[in-house]
Design a protein around this ligand. Sequence first.
Ligand code: BES
Ligand code: MN
Ligand code: MN
Length: 468
Amino acid sequence: MTDNKQAIPGVLKALDENTEAALARLVEILKIPSISTDPAHNDDCARAADWCAATLADIGFEASVRSTNGQPMVVGHYRAEGEGVIPHVLFYGHYDVQPADPLEEWDSPPFEPRMADDGTNGKIIVGRGTSDDKGQFMTFLEACQAWKSVHGALPVSVTVLLEGEEESGSPSLGPFLDANAEELKADLALVCDTGQWDAASPAITTMLRGLAHAEIIITGPSRDLHSGMYGGPAQNAIRVLTSILGDLQDAEGRVKIPGFYDGIIAPTPEQLAQWVALGVDDKTYLAAIGLERMAGEQDHSLLEQLWSRPTAEINGIIGGYTGPGSKTVIPSKASSKLTFRLVPGQEPDKIINGFKKFVSDRLPADCSVEYLESGGSLAVGFDVTAPAFRCTAEALEEEWGKAPVLMGCGGSIPIVESFQTKLGMDSLLVGFALDDDRIHAPNEKYNLISFHKGARSWARILEKLASL
Ligand code: BES
Ligand code: MN
Ligand code: MN
């Protein structure tokens, strides 16, 4: 392809004329309940992987489904031909989705995608995975499909990697990247699994928080006890667990684990100034989730708390009697799952070890603690002055009529760190999700305009990357 500038109008026109077919393809993949964390859905994950490979093959990729110890990977290759050095990108997305529960809070079945008209967003599609990440990775495949159908070729060489375990922490990905490094290496990774700034403003995500997860089981008495026969003298496992967990933060919202903040690399003054200029209002942000008061570190702004400060969160507590009526029991055991969001300079292992010491130091006499499997991923950040960032910003500006916001991200995408450490590639994170998409929650949705303009954006980004 010699003149990509001339090539783009035709591709955009094809995308505009084929929205129905694109939507039909999205509906097909959304109907497959590919919940990676639940072994009962292993067959569905395999079916989703097969669907992705078949769709890539239809576009013209050499596609394969590759087995792992967990859910399969899908890999597709397209080698562009032409004069000179043609850039090669690796596109990453995930076909697995979060569990749909609580089911009763959905207005329609999570795996029967439904179109609706939403007062603020126009046409939307509702269903598990619409925004995270099926609707998003399909924006890229639709862009490839349009390029291929209009020009018979893609403007750059593309490898697509779709995994099925992102929502369970990507356990098979490290070994898969190690084993297939030569095959997967490219100049740059493209990831479509993040958000826009708002419905009218595109964004490039320049940093992601890391994650460490832990699970503990506290045991007190050797068996559950009658609270009349033993209440008073006997220790209570839930009381021990909650008092330790209740001690994790101080009154100012600071995490009390010794060493938790050691080595943290703070954002630069320029970054902080840029975040201030984004003009985010605490009250508006909190009001959208039914809250009024900031509950994090009191001496840090909202965006710092979200993007550049670490957290300790209790995700779940299990223990004792929770059935109907009351039961006078003193529980023998109580357990909890926790996650820590990490920022540059923190390491998952050190954080987990600090947490273990924090718990062990507070364990009263006669109690024991068991630490279950733990793990995590590092935070990542990118150099936004790199040429690929600049030309992506141009492409987004052409599509959206305004420059993309450079934003941080409080969430984690574990693979992005592995791309850096194992394949030596930076990632370009461009996504089209919105804060009100309800990812991981009931009635997850994706705006059809996001789906359409997302595909148009990728079509333009590929064109720009080709001329790098
Ligand atoms: N797409 C999300 C990451 C994300 C969240 C991006 C919010 C932008 C805004 C991803 O699928 C996700 O849910 N990641 C998990 C990782 C975990 C399961 C290892 C997360 O952040 O909790
Ligand atoms: Mn995702
Ligand atoms: Mn997710």
